[in-house]
Design a protein around this ligand. Structure first.
Ligand SMILES: [Mg+2]
Length: 229
């Protein structure tokens, strides 16, 4: 297969996302405990997560927009405590800063350099990782996120938006990501070639149809495969 460009998932592909999300929830909670103890008592981290899940379920129109989901959650948590003027902007900045303090897998950065030296590279994410804050923006030609595309993976539209930004036909783009459904099935249905970044060496879930074009253990293997073309 001929690969002229690469689209790359971020969370759990270049870094483990759970530690960053947990630190971010904790940073918000720390602020609430210091500045709004009544809100912190009513909405400990677990209750805040449950509230956000409820808002996500009630607002399928925001499925591609985690930022707005989270801002609504904060607003409702304060309103429930009788406070109308919630410091949503301050809390969002605290959350967003902590969420972007990610720790890259050791293979990620060297591979990004190698891949982007030879091919255009676009990030393609449902989340709200900020490449500038993380310090890896220079290795990407484009950044495509669900919020801007108006649709989240596995919806074809976000993959086609990335293809358009890259100016490369979908069949000559390799999409790389850790999630069998969101990354592999989504990209395949949009006509892209697919690489499953399978860091834990899992068997391919056959219920999702034919396996990916490539099943790779890490980013080094991806860079090696691309260099060999
Ligand atoms: Mg991912």
């Amino acid at each position: 297969m001929r690969i002229l460009a690469v689209t790359l998932d971020l969370d759990d592909t270049l870094w483990p996302v759970l530690p960053a999300l947990e630190r971010a929830d904790q940073a918000v909670d720390d602020y609430l405990q210091r500045h709004h103890p009544a809100v912190a008592r009513t909405w400990p981290v677990s209750a805040m997560r449950a509230l956000r899940a409820r808002i996500a379920a009630e607002r399928p129109d925001l499925a591609h927009d985690f930022a707005t989901q989270r801002q609504l959650t904060l607003q409702q948590a304060f309103t429930a405590c009788g406070i109308e003027a919630a410091p949503v902007d301050v809390l969002w900045e605290i959350y967003f800063a902590a969420r972007n303090r990610v720790e890259l897998y050791p293979d990620s950065l060297p591979a990004l350099r190698r891949i982007n030296a030879r091919r255009p590279l676009a990030s393609l994410t449902n989340g709200n990782a900020d490449l500038e804050r993380i310090g890896i923006r220079a290795h990407f030609d484009h950044h495509v996120c669900a919020r801007d595309a108006g649709a989240a993976k596995p919806d074809q539209r976000i993959f086609l938006a990335a293809a358009e930004r890259l100016g490369v036909p979908p069949a000559e783009i390799l999409h790389v990501g850790d999630d069998p459904l969101l990354d592999v099935v989504g990209a395949r249905d949009a006509g892209l070639r697919t690489a499953w970044l399978n860091r834990r060496n899992q068997p391919w879930p056959d219920r999702l149809g034919s396996p990916p074009d490539l099943d790779l253990p890490d980013m080094t293997a991806l860079a090696d495969w691309l260099d060999a073309r």
